[in-house]
Ligand binder design. Structure first.
Ligand code: UT7
Length: 343
């Protein structure tokens, strides 16, 4: 569509503290069985901060890419939960990672990382060499874990990728579709200092319909058919939303990557968290057509289709990962110590 790119580094991070469905059942009238059957979620993580998780995920992506922080030309941070209203969290994340480039927060809630992918592609087309794109969320900051509808859904986490310009034609963004419908703001929102308020059934209904429409538009833009897509990575909100949308679109769960059971809904972090796992599982290959689709509060939604380049730094992820783990076990890992305010 413009110049090509590869994903030269991918990394993710989940905080240590696990909240199981049984834990939630102690403070609200629910059960592990109900949550699993109605959402597909088994547990979620809480704790840490947007900045801290973004820094850990970003550092892993840099390490896997074998890149020096000074080689990154721009940072995009998709987050719904920056530590401050102003400034955004991205300048602090850039500073902690040792980047001295431009840094911008993207607020498109659960669609933020998909929006960021399109923006990153545009920056590369403007001549930049490498853009780091992170999704990081401390959803526990705006979730009331005693509320039955939202309390079962949300969790914390971060995922980071480095997009590197590559004009070989191997990897590129094939098509995208982005959309919004602000008339639906009231079905899912959080006020300043407040927690999520949601009309669950309406969000459920709208999510299926916007995913169907957006995926259809992106496939049309790319001149591709449903069966041309090798791997689908959807926003992780509710397995029933994905299954219902796929039934309408004609996608199969077999080539759909999910991580919902262990993360819950991590908003803008959910897609890169799944991507990292899909790489670990060897689900990406040179030339694979990968479709990312997100939706969320706003409402906003977006679909991006890319052709995956055969960059050995990410295709060799699995081997790199075991090497990385071996190295790590031999050294003390310094986790950045940050307060809730990201300082
Ligand atoms: O990024 C976007 C973020 N948001 C979403 O994706 C949310 C989309 N919506 C949903 O995922 C679902 O609407 C929920 C998971 C929130 C709720 O599931 P549902 O299948 O729509 O349940 P419901 O609200 O229609 O309630 C069905 C029944 C009700 O009982 P009765 O009236 O049939 O006796 C509820 O009281 O389930 C009951 N219920 C629960 N029971 C146990 C509702 N929530 C719970 C719960 N545990 N947590």
């Amino acid at each position: 569509m413009t110049g090509g790119f590869c994903f030269s580094g991918v990394g993710s991070h989940l905080p240590d503290q696990v909240v199981s469905n049984d834990d939630l059942a102690k403070s609200m009238e629910t059960s592990d069985q109900w949550i699993r059957e109605r959402t597909g979620i088994g547990e979620r993580r809480v704790g840490s901060t947007t900045t801290e998780m973004a820094v850990v995920a970003g550092a892993k992506a840099l390490e896997r890419a074998g890149l020096d922080p000074s080689s990154i030309d721009h940072l995009l941070l998709a987050t719904t939960t920056p530590e401050y209203i102003a400034p955004g969290s991205s300048p602090v994340v850039a500073h902690k990672l040792g980047l001295d480039c431009g840094a911008l927060d993207i607020q498109a809630v659960c669609s933020g990382w998909v929006y960021g992918l399109v923006m990153a592609n545009g920056l590369l087309a403007q001549g930049l060499s490498r853009v780091m794109l992170i999704g990081s969320e401390m959803m526990d900051y705006i979730t009331d874990y005693s509320q039955r509808d939202t309390g079962i859904l949300f969790g914390n986490g971060a995922g980071a990728v480095i997009l590197e310009r590559n004009d070989s034609g191997e990897g590129e963004l094939l098509a995208f579709d982005l959309g919004s419908a602000g008339q639906y703001r009231s079905i899912l929102y959080a006020e300043h200092g407040g927690v999520w308020q949601m009309e669950g059934r309406e969000v459920f209904r709208q999510a299926i319909s916007v995913m169907q429409r957006s995926v259809g538009r992106a496939l049309d833009n790319a001149g591709l058919a449903v069966q041309d897509i090798d791997l689908i990575i959807p926003h992780q909100a509710n397995i029933r939303i994905v299954e219902a949308a796929w039934k309408r679109i004609g996608f199969s769960m077999d080539n759909t990557a999910m991580r919902l059971h262990e993360t819950g809904n991590t908003s803008a972090a959910s897609i890169p968290l799944v991507l990292d796992k899909a790489l670990d599982e060897g689900r990406l290959f040179a030339g694979a057509k990968v479709l990312f689709v997100g939706f969320g509060a706003g409402m906003t939604w977006g679909t991006v289709i890319v052709r995956w380049a055969g960059d050995p730094r990410t295709l060799g992820h699995q081997q790199n990962r075991s090497k990385h783990q071996q190295n790590r076990s031999n050294m003390k890992v310094e986790t950045p110590k940050l307060g809730r305010d990201g300082e």
